[in-house]
Design a protein around this ligand. Structure first.
Ligand code: GLV
Ligand code: GLV
Length: 326
């Protein structure tokens, strides 16, 4: 009999077909999500699972699913994996780096621009039939070209955003990261390394692109926001929990910064109610990598990881390669 796997969220039929050539596949209907208990139940007898950020693979689940060998995440971020627990259980985790880098950088830049230029706030005004109230400063926003772009988290996506700003929009680009890039990489993306304090104080537009870990929980809170320019914008395409959403909502209401653009939220798909009532925020439902081409490439890479590991004992983009039997 063929190995059995679960696709924990509805994916493209092409991806299901590719997997069905190798495995007995349990699929998931559109819109269906599982509780942790339901996920453990569906994983009985399965050796592989294809997940999204919505499914947690942790010690409790692993203890209930001793046959599991691999979880293939359709995302570059993997904070839904307890990688330490997976490694301890000999379960491989994989993610989808690289295939989404440029698409996600496009969106980060677009969200920053929409935030600076007040695009959703002004659309609401137009739809409400208020355009008669024209004035010279109607929805006058913040300049993008020539301004200072600050990037917190300078991985592949951060570098893509830096290149767009430096080379496309003549922006001065500064960044902060756990480790400094080499001079050649800094040069290629036109970015200068600064400390966290300088990043906060100098950025006209601050974009967050760092991976989530408990160490960066609420790394942007009331204290950090207070160090930003009152005219600055804040864009988060990284992960919920990196920003203290309650503190941000209050700062936006009190205009301590000009505006924010958020694609990720603490506890999503729930959104802090205060963020829904402040006008100077652009809100999107975690879609930074969402073009059809890129979402297909991500799901296919996750499928190829499942196939490579379960049929040949190797993986394309392993997170904990030490569990691969050598
Ligand atoms: C999306 O947030 C991802 O991690 O790919
Ligand atoms: C993700 O690929 C990143 O390194 O930013």
């Amino acid at each position: 009999t063929r190995p059995a796997i679960l696709i924990a969220r509805d994916v493209f039929p092409e991806v299901v077909e590719r997997l069905q050539a190798h495995f007995d596949v349990e699929t998931t209907a559109p819109g269906v999500t599982r509780t942790a208990q339901e996920l453990a139940q569906s994983l009985q007898g399965k050796v592989g699972v294809m997940t999204t950020g919505g499914e947690r693979i942790d010690a409790t689940l692993l203890a209930a699913c001793p046959q599991l060998k691999i979880a293939a995440n359709i995302a570059v971020g993997y904070n839904n994996f307890d990688l330490e627990a997976m490694t301890a259980s000999g379960v491989l985790g994989t993610n989808t780096p690289d295939v989404l880098t440029e698409t996600t950088a496009d969106f980060g830049f677009a969200l920053m621009m929409a935030t600076a230029r007040r695009m959703t706030e002004s659309e609401h005004f137009l739809r409400a039939g208020l355009w008669k109230q024209w004035s010279l400063d109607l929805f006058a926003g913040a300049e993008v070209h020539g301004s200072t772009l600050g990037i917190l988290g300078m991985g592949r996506i951060g570098q893509g955003i830096a290149r767009r700003g430096a080379h496309g929009f003549g922006m001065k680009v500064i960044y902060h990261n756990r480790s400094r890039l080499d001079a050649a990489t800094e040069g290629a993306c036109g970015a200068r390394y600064v400390g966290m304090e300088e990043l906060l104080a100098q950025a006209d537009h601050l974009v967050l692109v760092l991976p989530y870990s408990p160490a960066v929980h609420h790394i942007i809170g009331a204290t950090e926001i207070a160090k930003m320019k009152p005219t600055a914008t804040l864009t988060n395409i990284a992960r919920g929990g990196i920003v203290d959403d309650a503190a941000l909502a209050l700062a936006l209401r009190e205009r301590r910064i000009a505006a924010a653009g958020l694609d990720v939220f603490e506890g999503e798909p729930a959104v802090h109610p205060d963020l829904l009532t402040v006008p100077n925020v652009v809100l999107t439902p975690h879609i930074a990598s969402a073009t059809l081409k890129t979402r297909m490439a991500m799901a296919m890479l996750a499928a190829d990881n499942l196939i490579a590991y379960l049929t040949e004992g190797r993986a394309l983009t392993p997170l904990n390669p030490q569990v691969i039997p050598g």
